[in-house]
Ligand binder design. Sequence first.
Ligand code: ADP
Ligand code: MG
Length: 848
Amino acid sequence: MNHPYGRLSYNKHGGITATIEVMKVPEPRGLSYKKNFNIFINVRTVYMSKSIGIDLGTTNSVAAIKKVHTEIIKNAEGEELTPSCVTLQFKKGLIKFFSKENFVVGRHALEWLKQDPANTVTAVKRLMGRSVNDPEVQKIIKSRRSANSIVTHSRGTENSLAIVLGEKEFTPEQLSAKILEKIHRDCEAYLGDDVEYAVITVPAYFNDKQKHATRTAAALAGIKVQRLLPEPTAAAISFGVDNVENDDARTVLVFDFGGGTFDISVLTISGGQFIEQGKGGNMWMGGEDIDYKLIDYVLSRTSEEYEIEDIHAFINDQETQVKNRFSAELKRVVEQAKIDLSDREKTTVELLGLLKDSDGDLVDIDVDLTRDKFEEIIAPVVEGAMGLVKKLLEQIHFTTDIIDNVLLVGGSSRIPSVIRAVKDIFGEEKVLLHKRPMLAIAEGAAILSHRLSDALECPGCGVQVSQSEKSCPDCGFDLDSHMISHSVYDIIHSAAHDYHICLDNGEKYLLIEKNTPLPCERTERFRLVHKYQKLVNMKFVNMVNDEEESIGDLWLGIDDSMREKLYEKWYEWESGSGEGAKEEDSGEKPFDPESPLSVDVTLRIDENNLVEVAASIVELPDAEISKTLSRGKADEKLFIALEELINETNAGDYDSYETTEITSRTIMIISDINKVIDDHTGEVIEPVYELAQRNIETARKLVSEGITCQSLIYYCEHVLQRFGVLIPPGERERINKKKKHLEDMMLRGTYQENVDAYEALDKVFDKSPMISVLMTLEKAVDLCREHEPARSAKFVGAIHSLTSISDDEGKDAVAAKFEKAMSCLPEARELIAKYDNIKAKIYKGITK
Ligand code: ADP
Ligand code: MG
């Protein structure tokens, strides 16, 4: 007996069991209590919302759900595939009055492409997590492939890009979110239920930025991500659950050749476990590239036929509307011809009545295409794909006979010459074309989503049971062994790329090798490059198809208080007293002040492919930082600005006062930037962002004007420490107050507040010539020690004679001492002029 809110069945006690589904009650499941009349009521909390799998494809997106069986969820148009196409429509004349954007996604958007290509976006996935300067993005911008205007996002970093639709900027994440929103909406309508969670698939070689961008898109669409699943792994799951028996173990190479991307992955499937052995592919290779090769061919044939010298210029000269329609239609008919040739030997590419020459005569596209010719045209693409397959096998040290099956998925895997090429490598019998090549990935995602849900439907009786149950409490069905043979028991992911850290000499150091099983962690010790180094900038990069891709930076600042502690410890050790001395027995120095400090860098990748980095200065336990890489764009933008400031300073003609200023301010700014992104929500904390941004500008401006607050503070501290007794207590207090104020302003003051605070403190010393003379002499001593030790005695004597003046000395004696000190001043000044403006550099690198 089924009822919308539950089920009644006879139980083994002869009573009736009422299974009542209590919606959205976050209590433990499986509560059961006895009622009168021998009725057992099993109250189970079943989350009302469902979870699904989404293949967010470059060309098409698909959603699926697993209940007892896996089912593709049809969209509002009644179709399984939703074209990943987004358009922003304007109703003429109304745009001024309605500020709300009217986004259309899917089939209807694709139709709209002919009308308004500039405001219609396809293949947005290719832009996810990329910058405008990315060579591949530049290629898209320069080629005639995209009618969209792709720019650097005005509010993001130089590293983020925007697509301009109707004068407004949209990030790829925002547009991708529109696709996800439609899928989400359509799924809820189809299932008549809330859908809260999803497993979303991503290409295996997506880097962390791209994965992060996908997570952001899902969040914008109101979907909670259970896991980002590599697409080939998803395909393997959908294949494995039906084809690999419980006691069988099979190694499968998934060959996913789609519209925009080519993804390969080797997995071992055994007992419901899916172990990723290796990944490869090329995210810029797919059916679209084949389409453009065909377009080139068709256009060149047409130009021959009509004797048009420059066909691109000819098309460009057409009316805008004709041009737009022509480009979109040509792409469509060429793609159709390509698809036809998967089943037929020849076809014709026809596009009539659109283009006209200067006399008004029609220039029609009417080109015959045989499969042989087609295969010749696409041979370089097929060869390239096979090259990548061989490369992956080499990388993971697999021979072709280790591979039990090759599973072909993705639309472009239907091309006969592609299938033939794969068979040539692996042998006819191993190669399987997935029964539903364009749906397999969504199915795999749905199976995993089901596995990751709290509750699942018992395949025996259809009742919702908790994920933790080993057998169905209702019908006794063996859930555990079903899981092993028909579902995903576990997935062991592997690192998609090599992870390196950049060294100061420009070399890269490999931290985690591609295909290492996840989760994994590696800690390595590096050295800073300079003994007084206060900044450590660690750059992490991925190697993707032999090209370097930045995945983010980690910055660590060593402030004076940390270093002072270290010097104290060292001093104790040196002088053989105090706690530090114990270490002398073991022959170990706490640190060597003459050599650079060491830094331990840890890179961690969890099973969700989230990358976390941490660094700590070995000698300074207080100096440590850890964070998740590439989460936000805002913090990255600030770090880039900060790096620029340092590079400018190093390239410019700055002395040690000025570099000290930049260094100190940088340390403060780093600590702010590390707080810009809210750890929990991933959002930008605006006031912190603005403060850090302003502080970078303030630092630049102050230094360019020679205002060096940090050096003045050091000077002040030194004066108080060395000659404090010579200053009256009231004056001392004033100095301290002004110094404190300047320190505060360095942290959060505006440019003008910094200038004012600096001048206020500087003036105090102006008024005290005696201090000024003493400090000049002291500075000369310091410089002598560093450069000309033999000359220092004279200045030390002069300082001594000044500081030894006491109240009971006669006037003449005081005058003589003063005279002696003053006579050294010109020489001291000459020394300072000689050595004190030596160009200084800010160090921030690491070395092995
Ligand atoms: P993606 O995962 O990138 O979204 P799909 O796996 O959905 O891509 O495949 C779409 C691509 O497959 C398109 O380029 C389409 O032209 C191509 N395609 C679809 N069917 C066929 C076919 N029968 N023969 C050749 N190419 C096909
Ligand atoms: Mg795909």
